[in-house]
Structure formats: C-alpha cells, structure tokens
Design a protein around this ligand. Structure first.
Ligand code: ZN
Length: 360
C-alpha cells in the first residue's frame, strides 16, 4: 500500500480520537453544550476533509512520478552514460588534492543552496502532511586491504543497507535505491529488498590512505589531501553512473565506503561531501546496524541530537551537537539504540529537502 494511504488511515483515526475527546470535554449545560457539540462536529469534518485532500494530492503525485520515472529512468539508462562521461572530466579535476577538494566543496555548497531553494514548496507541502515518495540513490563499496582481502562481507553491508532502506521508507517515504541503470521505482510498492547486487567489492587493493581515515578535524584534513583524492577516484570509477548527478547535485548518489577503521568512530560523513565512510566489522549482524543510515543522514542535512531526547533517534549520540542539540551533562550516560532507529518529523523534512533526495 502506498505510504500516502497508510498515513491517511492513521490521520483519520486521529481525527476520530480528537472528536471523541472533544465531545467528552464539552460543557454539560445548554446552550453551551449545543455550540460545543456543533464545534466539535465541524472540526472533525474539517479534519477528515483535509486528510482526504492531502491524500488525493499525495497519491496523484505518486502516479505522476511513477509515469515520469518510467520515461526518465529509461532515458537516463541510455544517455546517462554519455553525460556522466562529460561529468567525469570535471571529476578528474576534483581528484587533485586541495584544488580538487576546493572545487568539490564549492560545487557541493552551491548545488546544496539551489536544491534547498527548489525544494521549499515541497517542504511546505511536506509540513502539511503531503509527502509523496522521493528517491535516494546509494552506491555501496567494500574496500580491499593491502593483501587483497575485502574488509567486510556483502552480508555485513546488506544488513546495514536494509535497515536504512526500511527506516527511510517508513519514516520519510524516501525510497533508497542502488545506483545504476533501469532502476524503476513507484510509491505504490513497499521498500526495496537489498540483495548482493547493491554492494560493490572494489577490485583493487587500498592502503591506509583510505582504509583508516578518522573523522572530524583529522578527517577533514585527509579530505583536503590524499584521502579525498582517493575517495573521489573510487566514487568516479566505481560509481561512475552517478557522475553527472554528483556534479550537478540533483539526486546525487551518496557513496558509502566500508573501510577498515575510523579511529574513535563507527562511521563518518562530512555533510559537504557526497561520500560517507563506515567502519567494517568481521561479524554479522553489525554491532551498530544503524551506522550506514546515520551517515547517509549526515549527508542529507542531519546533525546529531542528544540521546536523552530520544535514544532511538537515528542521529542520537551521547554528546549531541554543541549548539543545536547539546547533552547536559555531556556525555550522557544513556547509550543510543543503534538497532531500532527512527527519524522525527523535522528530520524527515530536512532529509526530504536534501539534494540527494529527489522525485526523479
Ligand atoms: Zn554522526
């Protein structure tokens, strides 16, 4: 069932609950009770009517995107390669340390601004409860170590991907799809089932330049030097199909690299970059199944929130983010629930406004 209709059912139930409560709270004496009952009745009609209108718009938009996607995905599958070959030339410049990083950051920031402005109307509709399905493309790569051994199994990557796929669909009505041609999608189907084809195991060996990359300040330093350069090379070659989207920003895929170690962290995404890193583990299930979804969240405009507000929040950490959602005291003694994450309403709106999350 499309998410639009599931939400309609939920909201219709809420309308009925509010109505029942309204009648119970009404005054007992006439004529006060007459006016009160009439008011509650009218409020319920408005509530139900509004749910109907928003649902019709939501479903209609799902129909439109389904049809347009069938056409556009076919076109992109045929000519996307050519446009991506052109974009690859720009990405070659982006591989140069310092200068390339500068080009990428400036380009990514400008395309972020444009995407944000373009999604204002959609965000307002989303705020009102009209949230037709959007798409988010991921390109998941497992690196090989110096001896040629993949740092993680496909099973490990699949577990992380499936959780992200389910949470983004359930909470934000965002369909996560693997980057590639002929990936048709429609809001009328349930979330994707992740299989091995979603995961690329790099053919080449890597060294510590990209196998062991810290986060935060040290990670940013690496991003401006050989690390950023190497990740860009991997993204441009292994996730080539998304090159034109990466350069233009529209529906840019998020490249998720599973690497050997991220000292002090489980994953990392610097927001401004189109890639995220995830710390590999040998065992399945992962100790932090949410990490891939969490890092994609960073790439899609989300910051950390304090775990004390909701330990199940996808972005919950023990410190939060200093200005926006600090923990007090910090760090908190509560551990985030990394197995059953969820997004709150404003996070959903921010993710849906991201340049990585688009209708087409
Ligand atoms: Zn984080």
């Amino acid at each position: 069932m499309p998410a639009c209709i599931e939400w309609a059912e939920e909201r219709t139930r809420e309308c009925a609950q509010t109505e029942d409560q309204g009648y119970r709270d009404c005054c007992e004496w006439a004529p006060c009770s007459w006016f009160c009952d009439a008011w509650v009745w009218v409020s319920n009609v408005v509530c139900v009517l509004w749910t109907w209108i928003t649902t019709v718009v939501c479903v209609a938009w799902d129909v439109v995107t389904t049809i347009l996607n069938a056409i556009l995905v076919t076109l992109e599958s045929i000519i996307g390669w050519v446009i991506s070959a052109l974009a690859f030339i720009i990405e070659l410049i982006e591989m140069i340390p310092v200068l390339g990083t500068l080009v990428r950051w400036v380009l990514n920031f400008i395309t972020f601004l444009i995407a944000t402005v373009l999604s204002i109307i959609d965000a307002v509709l989303g705020f009102l409860g009209i949230r037709p399905e959007k798409i988010l493309r991921v390109c998941t790569v497992i690196l090989r170590d110096e001896d040629g051994n993949p740092v993680a199994t496909k099973e490990f990557a699949r577990a992380m991907l499936q959780l992200a796929v389910d949470v983004y669909k359930r909470d934000a009505n965002v369909r996560i799809v693997p980057l590639g041609p002929f990936k048709y999608s429609t809001g009328f189907l349930a979330a994707e089932q992740v299989n091995d084809n979603w995961v690329i195991i790099d053919e080449a060996n890597s060294d510590s330049t990209i196998l062991e990359v810290p986060c935060n300040a040290d990670g940013t330093a690496a991003e401006w030097w050989l690390g950023g350069s190497a990740f860009q090379w991997k993204a441009s070659t292994l996730c080539f199909y998304g090159a034109w989207r990466r350069v233009l920003g529209y529906g840019a895929p998020v490249s998720c690299f599973i690497i050997r170690d991220i000292p002090g962290s489980l994953g990392c995404a610097l927001w401004i970059t189109d890639y995220a890193t995830i710390k590999a583990e040998k065992s399945v299930p992962p100790t932090s199944p949410r990490t891939l979804g969490h890092e994609v969240g960073h790439a899609s405009n989300l910051w950390h929130v304090c775990v004390d507000l909701d330990n199940q929040n996808l972005m919950a950490t023990k410190t939060g983010t200093s200005v926006l959602s600090p923990c007090d005291p910090s760090p908190s003694s509560t551990e985030p629930d990394r197995a059953k994450p969820r997004m709150n309403n404003w996070q959903v709106l921010l993710v849906r406004a991201s340049k990585h999350v688009t209708y087409f």
